[in-house]
Design a protein around this ligand. Sequence first.
Ligand SMILES: *[C@@H]1O[C@H](CO)[C@@H](O)[C@H](O)[C@H]1NC(C)=O
Ligand SMILES: *[C@@H]1O[C@H](CO)[C@@H](O)[C@H](O)[C@H]1NC(C)=O
Ligand SMILES: *[C@@H]1O[C@H](CO)[C@@H](O)[C@H](O)[C@H]1NC(C)=O
Ligand SMILES: *[C@@H]1O[C@H](CO)[C@@H](O)[C@H](O)[C@H]1NC(C)=O
Ligand SMILES: *[C@@H]1O[C@H](CO)[C@@H](O)[C@H](O)[C@H]1NC(C)=O
Length: 757
Amino acid sequence: MSSSFLSSTAFFLLVLLYLGSFHVSNGAQQGTYIVHMAKSQMPSSFDHHFLWYDASLRSVSESAEMLYTYNNSIHGFATRLTPEEADSLMTQPGVISVQPEQRYELHTTRTPLFLGLDVHNSGLFPETGPSSNVVVGVLDTGIWPESKSFSDEGYGPIPPTWKGGCDAGTKFTTSLCNRKLIGARFFVRGYEAINGPVDESKESKSPRDDNGHGTHTASTAAGSVVEGANLLGFANGTARGIAYRARVAVYKVCWKTGCFASDILAGIDKAIEDNVNILSISLSGSRTGYTDDTAVGAFAAMERGIFVSCSAGNNGPFYSSVANVAPWITTVGAGTLDRDFPTVVILGNGKNYMGVSLFSGDALPPKLLPLVYAGNASNNATYGNFCISGTLIPEKVKGKIVMCDAGGNPARIGEVVKAAGGLGMILANMAYEGEEILADAFLLPATTVGKKAGDIIRHYILTDPNPTASIVIKGTVVNVQPSPVLAAFSSRGPNPITPNILKPDLIAPGVNILAAWTGAQGPSGLESDTRRVEFNIISGTSMSCPHVSGLAALLKSVHPEWSPAAIRSALMTTAYNTYKDGKPIIDIATLKPSTPFGHGAGHVSPTTAVNPGLIYDLTTEDYLGFLCAMNYNSSQIRIISRGNYACDPSKTYSVADLNYPSFAVNVDGSDTYKYKRTVTNVGGAGSYSVKVTSETTAVKISVEPAVLNFKEVNEKKSYSVTFTVDSSKPSGSDSFGSIEWSDGKHVVASPVAISWI
Ligand SMILES: *[C@@H]1O[C@H](CO)[C@@H](O)[C@H](O)[C@H]1NC(C)=O
Ligand SMILES: *[C@@H]1O[C@H](CO)[C@@H](O)[C@H](O)[C@H]1NC(C)=O
Ligand SMILES: *[C@@H]1O[C@H](CO)[C@@H](O)[C@H](O)[C@H]1NC(C)=O
Ligand SMILES: *[C@@H]1O[C@H](CO)[C@@H](O)[C@H](O)[C@H]1NC(C)=O
Ligand SMILES: *[C@@H]1O[C@H](CO)[C@@H](O)[C@H](O)[C@H]1NC(C)=O
C-alpha cells in the first residue's frame, strides 16, 4: 500500500517484490546468481581473472551462461545456475559467496531558487571551468536525449578525464550523445535472463528512457537551463538542474519489470571505469546488511572518490523504514517545496475545502453538479469506495462528481471514474495518506483532498439529501509556508541495520518536482494517457536524491580534493531544521515537529555547505574498521572490501567511533555512552566552542574538550562525547538533541537521536 504515496508514474515501478523468477531449462530450475570471488586467491596458472572465473564456473556447469564479469564494483561474476550448481560452486576454491539475484525498485523549475541557488547569486559556484568538468552518473531508466535539459549549447569540450561513451540500440544512436550528455549505456543481461528477450516494440533495448523516471532524475541533478518549462502550464518557469553546468552520464539498469542486481552492479562497474564523480541511485532492494549489492557497488565507488547518493525510500512514516543505509552512502529523505497547485472544492452547503491537482483541460461547467460517494455507486460491497477498475456502476455516476477514497495510483482511479461516465472526481486521503496531498496529472477534472477535508465531504454526501459540488483548479502558487515540510512518504529511521548510525542523513526537495520527461509516455504514466509533455511533476525520494547528487557535484567543483565523506559532512553540518522564525520543521505525517529520524541532519542548505568550517572525514580504512565493529566475518568483509583486509584481533573496534557527522545512541541498559569524533579544519584559523542541547532531562550530553583551537587549514582535532541517560525510560522512547561547534562565523551542527530499546 506504500504505493499510494507515490506519484502515478513511480507507482508501477514500486510494487515489486523480492527475488527474481526462475526459468526452467533442461528440466532444472535455473536462477541468476552473483558470485563473489577472492581475487587474491587466484592460482598463478591463470593469466587473467576472467579465465579463472570461467574455469570456476565450468567446474560446476559446462553450459552455464556468464552474464557479466565484473572488474570494478565487485570481484566476481553473474551467471545462470540451478540451485544445486550454485551450492556446488560455493564449495569451489576462492568462491566467497553465491547470492541469488535480487530485484530492486525505483523508489524541478523552482527548486534551485528554493535552495538559494539562483543563476545570479550562485557566484559561490563557478559558471565555467571546474563545474563543467564534474560528471554526474545516474543509474535509472535511461534518458530522453532530445530533451532540452540535455542540450549542450555553450558547453566546452568533454573533460579529458572522461573515459566513458554511448551505446547504440533501439531508437538510440551514439550521435544522440553530446557535450552535455557525455555517457549513455544500458545493462540488460540480468533482466533478459529472467524476462526473456526485450520486446523492442514495447521497450527500447538501448539507453533510451521509455518510462520518464531516469530523464527526470538526471535533469534534476544536472539538467541544462531551459526557459518556459512547465507541465501543461503548471510550474512555468526556468528549469535548471542543481549542477546545471555539470555533465551527465546515464546507466540504464531499470526495465519494465524492475531493476536487477546483476545489471545494477554492471552499471556501477562501468560508471567507475568511465570516471564519473558522482553516482545518483534512486532505487532500493530488500536485502538487509551491507553485503546488499548496491551497498557493495557503492563501496567500490566510494573508494575511487565517487560520491554516492541514494534515495531513503518511500515507506514512511513507518519507524525504521529507511533503505540504503550503508555509512558510505549518502541517504536522502524528501521534503516539500514552497510551491503548490491548489484547488477548491465548493459544496452545495456553501462550504469550501482546499485540495491539489495538475489537471489541465476543459474545466467543469461553472455550477454545482450532483455529487456521489463511490461506495454508493459500486458493484463491490466491500471495496467500492476505492473505485477499482470495473466496479463503478455507470448509471449511478454518469454526469456526476464522484468521490473516491485514496488507495492506489491516483491517476488510474481518475481513469476509472472517467470510463464510467463521471464528470469529475474528489479523491479523499485516508488515514494512511493523512494530510499529505501530492499533485497528479489527472485525465479528468479532479482533485486530491487531505483526510480531514475528505471526512467532512464524505459526511456531507452521506447526510445531505441532494449533495452537490464543484471543483475549481487554481493553477500554480509559490511562497507557500511553511516550507519545507517533511513528506509523510519519506522513509524514517532508526537505521534498521546499525541503530548507532543515524539515517537518513538529510532531506532535500522531493514533493511535486518539475523536471524533464520522456516523449514515450504521458505525464500520468497510464497507457490511455496520450498526452506528451517535455516536463513532468512527480514526487518521491527518487526526486530528492538527485538534488543531493547535484549539490555534491557543485561542492566537488569548488573543493575537488574533498572526499565523499567530506562532501556529505559539509551538507549535513550546515543543514537546517527550523524555519526562519526558529520554529522546527513540520512533519506532515504528524503535523508536529519532525525529528532526526525523519530529516536526519535537516534540509540541505547549499550556500552554507560550500564553507562549512569543519568537516568529519572518513576513509576506506575507517569503514572497514566499522565492519569489524559490526562483527562482520572475513567473507562478508571480503565481499565489500574486495581485498584481504582483516580485522586486527588486538584492537577494539566501536561503531560509536565511526567519524560520522551525526550521533545515534541505542540505550540498551547502560547509563553512559561514549562517542569519539575528529574534525578537520577546512576554514581559516579559529577557536570553536561547543554548544549542546537536549530536549529532555533524561539525557545529559557532555563534550570534552569544549573548545577546539585551530591554527591552520587541514588541522585535525578530536573530542569525545558522553551521553548520560536515564536508562529506566520505557522501551520505544526517543529523545533528540544537538551538538554544535561554532567559531562565530561557522556553525557545525550534528543531530543527536537517542532511542530506548
Ligand atoms: C511561461 O513563462 C514564459 C515567460 O514568462 C511565458 O512567455 C510563457 O508564455 C509561459 N508559458 C505558459 C504555458 O504559461
Ligand atoms: C570487464 O572487462 C571486460 C574486458 O574488458 C569486459 O568484457 C567486461 O564487459 C567488463 N565488465 C563490465 C561489467 O563492464
Ligand atoms: C452509502 O454508503 C454508506 C457508507 O458506505 C452507507 O452507510 C449508506 O447506507 C449508503 N447509502 C445508500 C443510499 O446506499
Ligand atoms: C471486491 O473487490 C475486491 C478487491 O478487488 C475483490 O477481492 C472482491 O472479490 C470484490 N468483491 C466483489 C463482491 O466483487
Ligand atoms: C559469514 O557470515 C555469513 C552470514 O552470516 C555466513 O553465511 C558465512 O558462512 C560466514 N562465513 C564465515 C567464513 O564464517
